[in-house]
Design a protein around this ligand. Structure first.
Ligand SMILES: Cc1cc2nc3c(=O)[nH]c(=O)nc-3n(C[C@H](O)[C@H](O)[C@H](O)COP(=O)(O)O)c2cc1C
Length: 366
């Protein structure tokens, strides 16, 4: 049997599958259940010091369905905020979960306002529970940015560096900074976080979206008393964007441990994130739709893949595809060279242009 466990920043994950911050890690009971079922780790729902400032709405979810009907969920949108449960209760539950499951990795997701005291207080009080690491939520795209939190911090590399610096000054356990995809160049906050002492980067949080409009009422969805706001998009539809941004972070920050996520629903999806540089992979929407029990298939399929392909361990997959990303100019150069070799003669540019035209034509007529 291949080695499924992996050590990242000194944390030994029994396997690389981690439940992402969100409904799957909403309290101590479900965290313990996930360990029981075999998840390698879990990032709890994001905590803050004062839950009285967090007001969730109902409804707060919306779905985009594919042609397969109601069960075929292509994309998922939420306007859920961070945890609205009391901080002290969270501390008790994190500590109990860690005592019962010392070998499973429990990562605390934390978020605060832009204050050194607040970030250092939440860091020190949370790490006293015995959690293994931190994930800094610098990336929630809705609701919290109105309080200058979440994505409002992660979209500004200077603030990102400042917050990561405050946390790493007092943290005695590894720190991952969770990146927002709602930015032109994700590598800028990534580099800022690493420069300020983070051990790793998590990516991606959700993508700002409007899931749909009800054409009977013209109200945007999810509709709360007739109104809505853009929310965070996740699930299968975001995977190509998440893969691209994970790859960009892995290339720009080779010293970072990367926890990749966004639309992972199967081992095959997870392997692709590892191939572009993820050390661990996180799943949120997939587990909400399929249930926590999906871990059984994820583990069996990972083991089968490693075995079939002759990989001794999970670690051997990391970054396998990175050398194959290049620029468009390089693609053209490679293709010209390949054609020259095939034709056995130099520079037949007319033939090359003709081939491109015929590929485009076939797309139109297919
Ligand atoms: C309902 C819901 C709530 C979420 N809450 C949080 C949160 O509290 N903190 C956080 O960092 N990310 C949160 N996320 C984002 C996920 O952790 C993850 O980054 C994103 O959904 C992409 O992964 P996925 O496609 O596997 O869901 C939430 C996602 C969903 C769908």
């Amino acid at each position: 049997m291949a080695e499924l466990s992996i050590e990242v920043d000194g944390m030994r994950f029994p396997n690389p599958f981690v439940l992402a911050s969100g409904p799957p890690g909403t309290n101590g009971k479900v965290i313990e259940r996930s360990f029981e079922l075999g998840w390698g780790g879990i990032v709890c729902k994001t905590l803050s010091l004062d839950n009285s400032l967090v007001h969730n709405t109902v409804p707060r979810y919306g779905k985009l369905h594919g042609s397969g009907g109601k069960k075929d969920v292509i994309g998922f949108q939420n306007i859920e905020l961070i945890s609205d449960r009391p901080f002290d209760l969270w501390l008790d539950e994190l500590s109990a979960a860690k005592q019962k499951y010392p070998r499973h990795v429990l990562i605390a997701s934390i978020m605060e306002e832009c204050s050194k005291d607040a970030w250092q207080e939440i860091t020190e009080r949370t790490q006293a529970t015995g959690v293994d690491g931190f994930e800094l939520n610098l990336s929630c795209p809705h609701g919290l940015p109105e309080r200058k939190m979440g994505a409002a911090m992660g979209q500004d590399p200077e603030i990102t560096a400042q917050v990561v610096g405050w946390v790493t000054e007092v943290a005695t356990i590894p720190v991952w900074a969770k990146m927002t995809p709602n930015i032109t160049d994700i590598t800028l906050p990534g580099k800022a976080a690493m420069g300020a002492g983070a051990n790793g980067l998590s990516a991606i949080n959700t993508i700002l979206s409007t899931i749909g409009i009800n054409l009977d009422t013209f109200r945007p969805m999810p509709t709360v008393e007739g109104y809505s706001e853009p929310g965070g998009y996740s699930g299968r539809a975001v995977r190509p964007i998440a893969l691209r941004q994970t790859m960009e972070l892995a290339r720009a920050c080779p010293e970072a441990s990367i926890s990749g996520m966004g639309g992972i629903e199967s081992t095959e999806d997870a392997l692709q994130f590892m191939a572009v540089g993820a050390h661990t992979v996180q799943i949120c929407t997939g587990a909400m739709l399929q249930g926590y029990g999906m871990i059984e298939d994820l583990l069996a399929d990972l083991d089968a893949f490693l075995e079939q392909r002759g990989f001794a361990s999970t670690r051997d997959l990391i970054g396998k595809s990175l050398p194959w990303f290049t620029t468009h100019a390089e693609l053209v150069r490679h293709q010209k060279e390949a054609k020259r070799e095939k034709a056995g003669q130099a520079g037949r540019d007319e033939m090359w242009q003709g081939d491109i035209a015929s590929e485009a034509d076939s797309l139109v007529t297919d």
